[in-house]
Design a protein. Sequence first.
Length: 319
Amino acid sequence: MSDNLKVIQNNSNEEWDKLFLLSSNKSIYFHNDFLNSLENNHDKYLVYKNDELVAGFVALLDKDKKSIINSELVIYSGFYFAERKTSKINKQRVERMSVINNVLDIIGDKYKDISFTLSPDVQDMRPFHWYNYHNDLYKFKSEVKYTSFIDLSSSKEDLYNKLSSLRKRQIGYAENKKIEVKISKDFSNFISNYEINLNSQERNHPYSKNYFEILRNLLDKLSQKNLITLFELFRNDEQAYSVIFSDIGETTEYLYGTANKNNQESYDSTFLFWYVMNQMKDQGKSMFNFEGVNSPDRGNFKLSFGGNLVPYYNIKKFH
């Protein structure tokens, strides 16, 4: 260990809860209730500087607990940092680099294979690219992904003006139709439609055999903890489109969405996202994470709401 840092493997809920409260990044994927609701094994590491809790690391494990993996139910994992307002920006950078190096020293030797996807809060890839820079030992590489953030602190007029012309037309059209949005804790329609839609895609989806059952159990647990909200759009009293968002902290994250193919209209998704965006703004949320603009159709649709393009990174160990 170096730079007065101490890294401890500690799966204590109490200490991780403390770190979550200290962080400005209130992503659901780092919340204890989310992590404890997963069927994946996971290890947590806590990083202290002079006995002050400054960071943590979530390692999602394979069934043999020998490798760190990405999970089909988790977007972000890996490093998680406390907010350090009292430090100057360069000091914060240096401290984060030191934290990353100290943790990589431990996990690099302990786990055979390593792959995890950082949250957008971690943008500096230098400590990963420079690790073991001057020798022939294992190293780390990054692969860029993208998401879109919308600043909800803007006025509703400004949010509307940033929409593409097509989004505006679809919203206007939907507002003249007999549709209704309801909040629900019953995920039956969502899971049924989600499974139908994934299975109908031409490509083979890469999900595990029991994926939909596991997802249903996870959503039920998170809903019981009031960590997520399910919004459902109805037409003629029949569900047509559903979206699920996190409800933690100042940023809301888009988790899942799906249509009822038997009752869907082309404007449903546009209207429902716009409705949720306004609801979250009214609730005091300051940021809207569309999560995932990593394929052409999905990316173009989400970016047409006027958000900023933000990179995040998958990290892999290689030899």
